[in-house]
Design a protein. Structure first.
Length: 145
């Protein structure tokens, strides 16, 4: 086989391998950045340290998330916070209250989780103006706290 034909064959093999491998790499990156959702009860928050702990209502395990206050709802590098449906700050979140966390694999730590959104629903019963026992129980929060 002439050298020119071998070089051409090698180039075709390399191009095929790259064409096959590129979508796999893109899929792996997409999977790593895909947003997941956790529902639970806020155990602790330290906005200054950039850490939030939530007890997952399904697994009953405490999960730690890295957080960083977002500058706007369009901030892709920060944690957007809502409380009772309105824009809020991390420091406004209350411990032992229901919370929804939308998170991705932490870009700074492949073994960690980064909360890109934290949504704290209103746990109050509209009629009694007291904490709704069913809501608190469903999220794994304790009554009386």
């Amino acid at each position: 086989m002439p050298i020119r034909s071998m070089a051409r064959a090698a180039a075709l093999v390399l191009a095929g391998a790259l064409a096959w491998g590129a979508p796999l790499a893109a899929h792996a990156q997409e999977k790593a950045s895909k947003t997941k959702k956790t529902e639970g009860c806020l155990v602790s928050i330290d906005a200054n340290a950039g850490k939030m702990v939530v007890k997952d209502r399904l697994t009953k395990k405490e999960e730690t998330y890295r957080v960083k206050q977002a500058t706007s709802v369009l901030d892709k590098n920060g944690t957007v916070v809502t409380k009772n449906g309105s824009k809020a700050q991390l420091v406004e979140l209350e411990v032992n209250r229901p919370i929804f966390i939308y998170w991705i694999v932490d870009p700074q730590d492949p073994n960690g989780k980064f909360a890109n959104k934290a949504d704290a629903p209103d746990p109050m019963n509209r009629e009694t103006k007291q904490l709704d026992e069913d809501t608190m129980e469903n999220f794994g929060c304790k009554m009386g706290s």
